[in-house]
Design a protein around this ligand. Sequence first.
Ligand code: KMH
Ligand code: ZN
Length: 302
Amino acid sequence: MSKIIITCAITGSIHTPSMSPYLPITAEQISDNAIGAAEAGAAILHLHARDPENGRPSADPAHFMAFLPQIKQRCDAVLNISTGGSATMTLDDRLAAPKLAQPEMCSLNMGTMNFALYPAAERITEWKYDWEKPFLEGSDDLVFKNTPRDMAHILQELGDKRGARFEFECYDVSHLYMLRHFVDRGLVDGPLFIQFVFGVLGGMGPDPENLTHMKLIADKLFGDTYTFSVLAAGRHQMPLITMSAILGGHVRVGLEDSLMISRGTLARNNAEQVLKIRRIVEELGRTLATPTEAREMLHLKG
Ligand code: KMH
Ligand code: ZN
């Protein structure tokens, strides 16, 4: 099996500061967490920004530029900036920072969809969250807009014009067909790095059968021109990504996807999750890809 790439998604735009005191919010917290994750073995860092005043997701390029240079200076990991931002942002807002920073990688979400956490009630009993929802009011009714024109625009602005390659976020088997459509139009070429996303309410559920089906269809549509990675929300994170490692895929961890390190225990930083999955995959006989190896595997500009 090829070397395994660990991606770490440092803070995201879904979890709120009231859910965990360890969620990185300020530029210093985001860069310290990112560097810790890279030192623990993450080859790719997936990044969003927050407003340090209140922890809200931010599209302000100044908030990104407060941590991107530090991270670049202090580690060699591949920087991957979100183009998903948050479902409340406009497309122009979402693209402002990546257009300015011109990273090696960006995420690209492969369809318009509903986007919510699973019902809070489950989490309160399961994890005893303090579910204050200070700015997620109404988050159970958000439309995450990613139309074919939006996607083509992102590919053109960040891919063609600025040399980024993409983490294609596929929340459903239909998104694989959308990706194939862009390959057929000549707007996307291999090697593709496809992120199978489980456990977002609006996308596919965290059932193992969905992972084997996604792989089956991706094999059919993309043959040897792709590799896949898995992320799963909340308590499904570690089981589903372990399955990815067993199937020859890559893995994504990070506080964007889950705040926990084990049942009932909050992760104190992103590195803890990287070290946990590192231990698991190395026990399974996989070898970690360095950032340089990830760049070679995914044809990044470096
Ligand atoms: N929050 C994840 C479910 C993005 O940033 O473009 C997907 C994600 C989207 O990482
Ligand atoms: Zn993200």
